[in-house]
Write a protein that binds this ligand. Structure first.
Ligand SMILES: Cc1ncc(COP(=O)(O)O)c(C=O)c1O
Length: 394
């Protein structure tokens, strides 16, 4: 009954949640460190955003809107790209989507078939792997090198370019490592893409969440290599459930015309992204707000605390994250002996302590031997979590 392509879909982040529901039935308190949703912690959606959404509906904006997105919102985003990243992107080169998730879907659906390859970072956010497989392509992971602070390994990337490669994906700040790509490496990736006539997909959903150094937008570093940027409102605007995102084209020499037209067709076929979320987003972007600054301040403290505690636990070690809200400790499985692999560890940890993390192998081969935790809970909860992990390992 069920197609092979659907049978093949895996999403460790949600799969572990299913185990957590079973554990919760036994009465155990569950510490949800598996899903990157700040709104479920003490990062509340600013009141003004909720009013803007309610007003959009009260003011009758409850209809299908332009499939490519409400033009006023696309103009606001064009202005934002100029002020933030000094990019000149016309409103017509911006497409509004139901989250970055839909943007990834549209791009991979338009680009991948018949074993064509997409170069993605390893470890990788699972969606890139899933969609590439779903459309009969081959996700090829290039190494993010843990020993070098999870920097992309350019030699490995170069070796993996073939005549089937369609594009190179960058995700910085990165999920699951929490690390920003260094600017020099981004430039090298852009040069490599240029040499091979490839373009770059840049997942920028965490661009405003950085702790130690400012974000540098890849498109601002590229003179003529085309870059498709993916971004949205979920994380930095604290509206994960609104499902609002966008993609933009930095395409100085118009190399992406055919792809752009294909993506437009897909957008029309699904009618439109949420109308009220789009009208609310216009108000939000027009109104200054310091909620992201406050969010980053809190997260930086939680990052510092998490990094300190994890490094004190025997059998765990980790690179210090400098963006997003994840930390990706390595398990010394040989030293710990008791657990076969990261999945075994994560599931047993969950069953015994209620601490719900995601096993690293859910992020592809390079994620093996790790677990991913979010640093979203407040310090009292984080303290309990790290105590639990420490006792569990002991
Ligand atoms: C790297 C990355 N890209 C995209 C998404 C999905 O974002 P959206 O809510 O805009 O669909 C996530 C969500 O966790 C993510 O971590």
């Amino acid at each position: 009954m069920l197609t092979k392509r659907v049978k093949g879909v895996e999403y460790a982040i949600r799969e572990i949640a299913a185990v957590a529901s079973e554990v919760a039935k036994t009465g155990k308190t569950i510490y949800n460190l598996n899903i990157g949703d700040p709104v479920q912690f003490d990062f509340k959606t600013p009141e003004f955003f909720s009013s803007a959404l309610a007003n959009a509906s009260k003011n009758g904006k409850n209809y299908y809107v332009d499939s490519l997105g409400v033009i006023e919102l696309r103009k606001e985003i064009s202005g934002l790209l100029k002020t933030r990243n000094n990019l000149n992107v016309n409103a017509e080169d911006i497409l509004i989507t139901s989250g970055v998730t839909e943007a990834i879907h549209f791009i991979i659906a338009s680009l991948i078939e018949d074993n064509k390859e997409l170069l993605i970072p390893g470890p990788s956010y699972p969606l890139y792997i899933n969609y590439t497989n779903f459309f009969d392509g081959k996700p090829v992971e290039y190494e993010l090198n843990e020993a070098e602070g999870w920097e992309p390994n350019i030699d490995d990337l170069r070796k993996k370019i073939t005549d089937k490669t369609q594009a190179i994906l960058i995700c910085s700040p990165n999920n699951p490592t929490g690390v920003l790509y260094n600017e020099k490496k981004v430039k090298e990736i852009i040069n490599l893409a240029g040499e091979h006539n490839l373009f770059i997909l840049s997942d920028e959903i965490y661009d405003q969440i950085t702790f130690d150094k400012p974000y540098v937008c890849p498109a601002s570093l590229s003179k003529d290599v085309p870059i498709i940027g993916l971004n949205g409102f979920s994380k930095t605007h604290l509206v994960t459930g609104w499902r609002l995102g966008y993609l933009y084209y930095h395409d100085p020499n118009n190399k992406l015309e055919e792809l752009k037209n294909g993506i437009k067709k897909l957008a029309r076929a699904r009618l439109s992204a949420s109308s009220i979320a789009q009208f609310a987003a216009i108000d939000i972007l027009k109104t200054p707000s310091d909620h992201t600054i406050q969010m980053v301040r809190k997260l930086r403290e939680r990052r510092d605390y998490s990094y300190k505690r994890i490094r004190q636990i025997e059998g765990l070690d980790c690179v210090k994250p400098n963006g997003a809200f994840y930390i990706f400790p390595r398990l010394d499985l040989e030293g710990l002996k008791k657990w076969k692999n990261d999945k075994d560890f994560a599931i047993e940890l969950l069953k015994e302590t209620g601490v719900c993390t995601v096993y690293g192998s859910g992020f592809g081969d390079y994620g093996k031997g790790h677990i991913r935790l979010t640093i979203l809970p407040n310090e009292q909860i984080l303290e309990k979590v790290y105590n639990e992990i420490e006792n569990f390992i002991k």
